[in-house]
Design a protein around this ligand. Sequence first.
Ligand SMILES: *[C@@H]1O[C@H](CO)[C@@H](O)[C@H](O)[C@H]1NC(C)=O
Ligand SMILES: *[C@@H]1O[C@H](CO)[C@@H](O)[C@H](O)[C@H]1NC(C)=O
Ligand SMILES: *[C@@H]1O[C@H](CO)[C@@H](O)[C@H](O)[C@H]1NC(C)=O
Ligand SMILES: *[C@@H]1O[C@H](CO)[C@@H](O)[C@H](O)[C@H]1NC(C)=O
Ligand SMILES: *[C@@H]1O[C@H](CO)[C@@H](O)[C@H](O)[C@H]1NC(C)=O
Ligand SMILES: *[C@@H]1O[C@H](CO)[C@@H](O)[C@H](O)[C@H]1NC(C)=O
Ligand SMILES: *[C@@H]1O[C@H](CO)[C@@H](O)[C@H](O)[C@H]1NC(C)=O
Ligand SMILES: *[C@@H]1O[C@H](CO)[C@@H](O)[C@H](O)[C@H]1NC(C)=O
Length: 366
Amino acid sequence: MHALTLVTSALTLAMSATAFTFVPENLTILAHSESALPKIFDISASQTIPESDASWYSTSYVRSQTNGHQYFIVSHTIPVLPDHGSGFYRSSILDVTNPTVDGAYWQNVTIAPTPSGYNNGSFNITYPGGVYAFESLSEDSVAVLHTKQIDPSLSFDITFQSSSPLILNGGLGGLAAGITNGKMPNISTEWSMPAGVTWGSFSWNGTNHEIDGANSFTWYDRQWGGDAPKNWTWFGLHVGPPGDEAKSTKMSFWAIDQANSSVPRTQFGTIRKADGIQMVVPATFSPSDDIWTSPTTGYEYPQQYSVTWPDGSTMEVASARQDQELSGPILGSSGYEGYGTVSGKFLGETITGFGVIEVTHFTAPP
Ligand SMILES: *[C@@H]1O[C@H](CO)[C@@H](O)[C@H](O)[C@H]1NC(C)=O
Ligand SMILES: *[C@@H]1O[C@H](CO)[C@@H](O)[C@H](O)[C@H]1NC(C)=O
Ligand SMILES: *[C@@H]1O[C@H](CO)[C@@H](O)[C@H](O)[C@H]1NC(C)=O
Ligand SMILES: *[C@@H]1O[C@H](CO)[C@@H](O)[C@H](O)[C@H]1NC(C)=O
Ligand SMILES: *[C@@H]1O[C@H](CO)[C@@H](O)[C@H](O)[C@H]1NC(C)=O
Ligand SMILES: *[C@@H]1O[C@H](CO)[C@@H](O)[C@H](O)[C@H]1NC(C)=O
Ligand SMILES: *[C@@H]1O[C@H](CO)[C@@H](O)[C@H](O)[C@H]1NC(C)=O
Ligand SMILES: *[C@@H]1O[C@H](CO)[C@@H](O)[C@H](O)[C@H]1NC(C)=O
């Protein structure tokens, strides 16, 4: 018993000692050779495609100049949910410096009618009264992006540059999420801008925080189209050898299960290295038995995952706090968006890092 306690506290110490610096990339979205890659859409035009189920999403990894803590802030809107006369906006914050204490996490999902004039010509999704917005501050709809929320618990005003070379998920910027047997799948299109220069402020728990731009960044993710599977797990990760402070290998990892359980799981990572090399790598994804069940929605969320690459090397992804669920009242509005850490190996190289664990179910909980 005593030995076990010792082991546990040693592990806890090791965990809390794993601090990462948040380093932005300061290039352009088409830096390196991405403009030469065979993508199937125009990045600027894609920002205003107003399809049902289209998603605008950011995770900001920021350091507060005010108290020196690091925070993880999620901002996400789907203005038109299929089969609903509405969509949602949702947000969360985690104090990454002290993630497990009471009150270190807050989230909200608001179901709201689609804003009028939504994406009418330029990229601007502003809900009535300006209570929440995702918009572009540049004419190309991409170079400078802005998300804000005005709320008594959490307000934020975050601007970021698309200063990080993009990831074209699946190689082209598309994947089949839902698959109906016997028909060609509709492609879900997705590109990611993993580490843009970020500035602004947020107000939470009674404190106004200024963002330290040199030690903060935002991952922006744009996804639209396609059909819903049964459920998926997605990781947006920043990894690198222990000495790579910027964690400059960017990884978008998908594991997707279909309602038809005879269809094998889709599981692969799209990886973008610092030098611009991009690769699509199959993997085997294994959630652990360490599961947190949401008392609000009933959904189950594993707290740890292994990902094994084709060469047999394995990395572990672990949530930093159990209850990081955005809990919404209608199907498709809830999901796990948890900050987590990474350790292990990727294609033979020892890596550490951090990122987001997203778990989304498109069917009611068991
Ligand atoms: C929230 O604010 C209270 C009062 O200032 C403080 O005691 C508490 O530690 C804060 N909680 C977090 C998670 O920062
Ligand atoms: C989420 O925020 C909205 C808008 O402020 C509010 O009406 C709603 O009650 C909040 N939901 C929860 C569960 O706190
Ligand atoms: C959208 O833009 C068109 C052309 O500029 C304008 O006629 C229309 O009123 C706008 N719609 C909304 C809802 O703002
Ligand atoms: C977006 O729309 C809102 C409300 O319609 C407006 O206040 C805001 O100025 C617009 N943003 C930009 C960048 O034009
Ligand atoms: C489920 O998938 C299997 C394997 O692809 C296929 O043979 C079967 O017809 C599918 N069932 C349905 C109901 O689509
Ligand atoms: C693709 O989308 C169309 C239009 O929404 C739909 O009719 C079709 O069934 C979808 N395809 C599959 C394979 O689900
Ligand atoms: C990014 O680069 C620009 C000019 O190259 C510079 O002015 C700016 O300070 C840099 N920002 C960061 C956060 O490094
Ligand atoms: C899908 O949900 C089932 C049931 O909760 C779970 O066992 C499985 O790991 C999930 N799959 C993915 C890819 O997240």
